[in-house]
Design a protein around this ligand. Structure first.
Ligand code: SAH
Ligand code: DHB
Ligand code: MG
Length: 212
């Protein structure tokens, strides 16, 4: 989405509080890649979780904890965000972000490769937010569908992947991963899904049934 539109929305809705702003500044100071969700995408994730009164949420790809704070702060005090991050330096910054937002009791950060961690998780998640490497996205789709409860939300960042999703000449592993994820989300009869054109595109799907 156009950056001016994003700024308009962010400013109008005073989307970011001082804690989130500080986390973003910390993130920049630590030279983490600036690929966190934007404030209005974060707020959309937050309000989607509140709409379904989510209590147990999974995130794949924590980075510095920016999206994680938006997600965890949407949960009740007894809720839990499990977030997976394979880079120890990112994980450290994320843990500090959760502490500074006083959300550490609501967040469990698991350090490791998502494909090693996903098989260890118990199903029944109210929502899964996928925002990590793009090549294994079809595998993340399958795991998410296995781990989500009926009525749960499938959320995935970078649906457009800077236009690569609909550039058929792009045969890179990343483009193929994103394209296949979107196709699966569109075609799977267990889901009602669409792409919200916020930032780089957010897949939003509702798992309406368990059987295929
Ligand atoms: N959700 C974050 C941004 C995530 S950026 C936010 O909006 O604030 C993607 C993150 O996924 C990076 O920190 C990267 O280290 C992590 N990552 C990439 N591949 C991964 C994998 N296979 N398993 C776990 N984490 C991974
Ligand atoms: C990029 C952006 C993302 O949101 C992401 O998850 C991965 C990569 C990017 O701009 O390259
Ligand atoms: Mg992303």
């Amino acid at each position: 989405m156009d950056e001016r539109l994003e700024r308009y929305v962010s400013e109008l809705f005073a989307v970011e509080d001082s804690i989130l702003k500080k986390i973003r500044e910390r993130h920049a100071a630590e030279n983490l890649p600036a690929i966190n969700v934007s404030p209005e995408e974060g707020k959309l994730l937050h309000l989607l979780l509140r709409t379904i009164q989510a209590e147990r949420v999974l995130e794949i790809g924590s980075l510095g904890g920016y999206s994680g704070v938006w997600l965890a702060s949407a949960l009740p005090a007894a809720g839990k965000l499990i977030t997976i991050e394979r880079d120890p330096r990112h994980a450290q910054v994320a843990r500090e972000a959760f502490r500074s937002a006083r959300l550490e009791r609501r967040v469990e950060l698991i350090e490791g490769n998502a494909l090693d961690v996903l098989p260890t998780l118990a199903p029944g998640f109210d929502a899964v937010f996928i925002d990590a490497d793009k090549e294994p996205l079809p595998k993340y789709f399958d795991w998410s569908m296995r781990l989500l409860r009926t009525g749960g939300l499938l959320l995935c960042d970078n649906a457009f992947f800077h236009g690569a999703a609909f550039d058929e000449s792009d045969r890179s592993g990343n483009a193929l991963g994103v394209r296949e994820f979107n196709r699966l989300a569109a075609a799977d009869s267990r889901l009602v899904a669409t792409i919200v054109p916020v930032r780089d595109g957010l897949v939003v799907g509702l798992k309406t049934r368990d059987d295929a």
